[in-house]
Design a protein around this ligand. Structure first.
Ligand code: ZN
Ligand code: ZN
Ligand code: ZN
Length: 318
């Protein structure tokens, strides 16, 4: 995330609505990727229509006439607002989504509202009136579905333990699922062979592979070859996991550079800088008696896959 400042010079943050120093209203401009502040307190700015709903979105309206920002405009289904608990779930889901959209725009990737959409759905586990027993978080042809219950800390922690994951976050889910969509945007005839060398053949039968994973567990050698156990389930999941980690890495490095913890501009050294930084970050967390901030091992095969993701992104922008 970039360091953002109000007109008065006060540092402000990605989710701020108002400057604590001068009282100016703030709104994030997704075209310029910067926070804008009112000319004078009270003069106002264009606001996304969700600024005054439970979402409390702080973005400006996007292109087009909907009145919603680019991010809010991508939500085609939201959890039922007849259940007051969903106000908070919806707010958290949209905040994580704005973070994802920021990631994608920052990398120069297209966010095409005619092809990408989000469905935040409830199931019977949180609302007995819902017809679905289970909503599965996933992606299909540009539609990213998220079980709205993932916005509850307790539900998410129970799922994390049941799935034996080191981590489970909303933004992590969204980054992962966006990877399935961007695979089709970034992998084509020019780089498909290299992609298959690294990740395997993504056309092998998905349902069979996932059934095998859930019945028999991950590949035995997964810690050496994959960023997570789940990545070993199928080449498409390996790509999506590496994609999510690439977005984590770029987000962390942006903060490190913006806050002057790191200073580098060589395109080739970003990965090495990240590894050094997270080792230090994990030590800081341990010093505080907290779990590791980044509980993953970046082996050489994983590094090669994440570097391929980076090349696929930068190739598109060349
Ligand atoms: Zn201010
Ligand atoms: Zn919005
Ligand atoms: Zn996936």
């Amino acid at each position: 995330m970039k360091i953002m400042k109000c007109r008065c010079g006060q540092q402000v943050y990605f989710n701020n609505h108002q400057c604590v120093n001068c009282g100016r209203q703030l709104a994030f401009n997704s075209d310029k990727l910067e926070m804008q502040a009112e000319q004078q307190p009270g003069t106002g700015l264009p606001y996304c229509l969700n600024r005054t709903t439970a979402v409390r979105c702080n973005w400006m309206p996007g292109a087009g006439a909907t009145g919603y920002c680019l991010s809010c405009g991508l939500s085609h289904t939201i959890p039922s607002l007849s259940n007051p608990e969903n106000f908070e779930r919806w707010r958290k889901l949209e905040l994580a989504k704005r973070q994802l959209i920021y990631d994608l725009l920052r990398l120069g990737l297209p966010v095409d509202a005619t092809r990408l959409r989000f469905e935040f759905k409830e199931d019977r586990r949180t609302n007995p009136n819902m017809s679905d027993a289970h909503v599965t978080t996933g992606h299909a042809v540009g539609v990213i579905t998220v079980n709205a219950a993932e916005a509850d800390e307790v539900f998410r922690e129970e799922m994390r333990q049941a799935m034996n994951e080191p981590w489970r976050t909303l933004v992590g889910h969204l980054r992962h699922e966006s990877g399935h969509y961007y695979f089709h945007e970034l992998v084509d005839d020019k780089n498909r062979a290299e992609c298959r060398d690294l990740f395997g053949d993504e056309t092998i039968d998905y349902d069979t592979a996932l059934t095998r994973y859930y019945d028999n567990g991950p590949q035995a050698d997964w810690p050496a070859q994959f960023i997570s156990a789940y990545a070993s389930a199928h080449p498409a999941e390996d790509w999506a996991e590496c994609w999510a980690h690439y977005l984590h890495i770029r987000a962390v490095l942006e903060v490190a550079v913006e806050t002057e913890i790191l200073d580098f501009d060589q395109e080739g050294s970003w990965y090495k800088h990240f590894v050094e930084l997270v080792l230090a970050l994990n030590e800081i967390m341990r010093a505080l008696g907290l779990p590791d901030a980044y509980p993953f091992v970046l082996t050489e095969p994983v590094a090669m896959k994440i570097e391929f993701v980076h090349r696929a992104v930068t190739r598109r922008n060349d």
